[in-house]
Design a protein around this ligand. Structure first.
Ligand code: GP9
Ligand code: MN
Length: 412
């Protein structure tokens, strides 16, 4: 069909633009890949204090030895956590309505785990919750994970909120990873900092959020502080076991923590006088960091980006050729321009923030309104990108496009 042709041409074009010698290609070659998707880790907590204390001291420290993307936005839709997983592991966008994990779990995705597997990696996913939630028990094998270590596999020695505490989760998961042959890709999804954050605090260490104590917002800060501590523990353990520098470690937040009905308390906390839509959307960032062995290449990278960019970026780092994979994101270490695309068509690049459906756009630095008509071209491009993703998912043609790309190069 016409759309299929257009799609194939687009990807062939993209293949032809692939840089000859991409920066940082293969810096993580044959290393283990550990990816931690952190529940409700929202950007504003990074390098921020409450009542005189850092909220996420361990992540703040880790950022200094990592490539830290500070303009990485949440691109999830109605599929919440599962959309974040999909974005990272397929470089496709969430679907318009519902969750791809529920509705398209039979698709033949060209995924990160499958690609790692084709490069001699063992693959596993770890999440200490009911395996059927978000249809994971069906979706994970389909995505190419060899093993799903779930609620039934963990000892329930310490319970916080929805299940096994993050600290216990990391401890038990590491035990399993130690037994694995190198190299492996391990995808870990945390749980303790899940909404509504009103956990029993008996396993938390002391963290005084001052005036926010026993409020929704204060509970979130305490929960995410706890998870940060669990991450700090995990990194220490990796180091103790001589695994840290044998690993490419990526950590990112799955989606926002504070819903819009609570915007006033966030505005107060961040001292934002006017919490308008511009400021609100700009707060929908999730932290993303990639620690390379020995902390190589550490720096802050400001490129506008989001979950869909994860897979192309990480494949380049792992030294895995990805020219033939129809991904919708950018390799963030080899792109001049980036963009974050929200499922409703809002987008943010390094110059503008466009609330497309509302007919307004803003200068990203000043927050001044910018004539949206000047962004027509970009708006079209964004629409197309989401549309292509929908077409690929609805027609289950990712593998087919990959085969097509293998055979097609136009020299331009
Ligand atoms: C539970 C967890 C929750 O398994 O991942 O998902 P969410 O409610 O955040 O989409
Ligand atoms: Mn979540």
């Amino acid at each position: 069909t016409d759309v299929l042709n257009e799609l194939q041409n687009k990807f062939v074009q993209r293949k032809n633009q692939h840089p000859e010698n991409p920066a940082l290609f293969g810096v993580g070659k044959d290393k283990n890949l550990i990816v931690i998707q952190v529940e409700a880790l929202q950007g504003f907590v990074i390098n921020k204090k409450v009542n005189g204390s850092e909220i996420t001291p361990n992540l703040n420290k880790l950022i200094k030895e990592s490539i830290y993307f500070d303009n990485y936005y949440c691109e999830t839709g109605l599929g919440g956590t599962s959309d974040a997983e999909l974005l990272a592991n397929t470089s496709l966008f969430p679907i318009k309505d519902g969750s791809a994990y529920m509705r398209y779990s039979g698709n033949d995705f060209v995924s990160l785990p499958k690609t790692m597997k084709a490069n001699n990696y063992d693959t596993m996913v770890m999440h200490a919750f009911k395996p059927g939630f978000w249809n994971r028990s069906v979706m994970y094998p389909q995505l190419g994970f060899n093993e799903f270590i779930n609620k039934a596999d963990y000892e329930h020695d310490e319970i916080i909120g929805m299940g096994v505490s993050d600290k216990s989760f990391f401890r038990q998961s590491l035990e399993r990873m130690k037994e694995k042959e190198k190299p492996f890709y391990s995808f870990m999804i945390t749980l303790s900092s899940h909404f509504p954050y009103d956990n029993d605090k008996k396993f938390y260490s002391e963290f005084d959020v001052g005036e926010y104590k026993n409020t929704f917002f204060g509970n979130y800060l305490e929960a995410i502080h706890y998870t940060d501590e669990a991450i700090g523990y995990f990194i220490n353990e990796l180091e103790k076991n001589d695994m840290l520098d044998d690993t490419v470690l990526a950590i990112y937040g799955d989606h926002y923590a504070i819903s819009k009905d609570k915007k006033d308390v966030l505005a107060k906390f961040l001292e934002i006088d006017n919490m308008n839509d511009f400021n609100w959307v700009k707060l929908q960032k999730v932290p993303m960091l990639i620690r390379l062995p020995e902390g190589k290449g550490a720096k802050v990278n400001h490129i506008a980006s989001g979950g869909v960019d994860f897979m192309p970026t990480i494949l380049n780092i792992m030294g895995i050729e990805s020219k033939d994979i129809p991904m919708l994101g950018n390799d963030l270490l080899n792109s001049k321009e980036g963009i974050a695309i929200m499922r409703n068509g809002y987008f943010i690049d390094n110059e503008y923030l466009s609330l497309t459906a509302d007919g307004v756009a803003f200068d990203i630095d000043t927050g001044k309104e910018y004539p949206i008509d000047n962004l027509k071209h970009k708006i079209e491009e964004v629409k197309k990108r989401l549309y292509y993703s929908d077409i690929i998912i609805e027609n289950d043609i990712m593998a087919r496009i990959k085969d097509y790309l293998k055979e097609n190069v136009i020299n331009n």
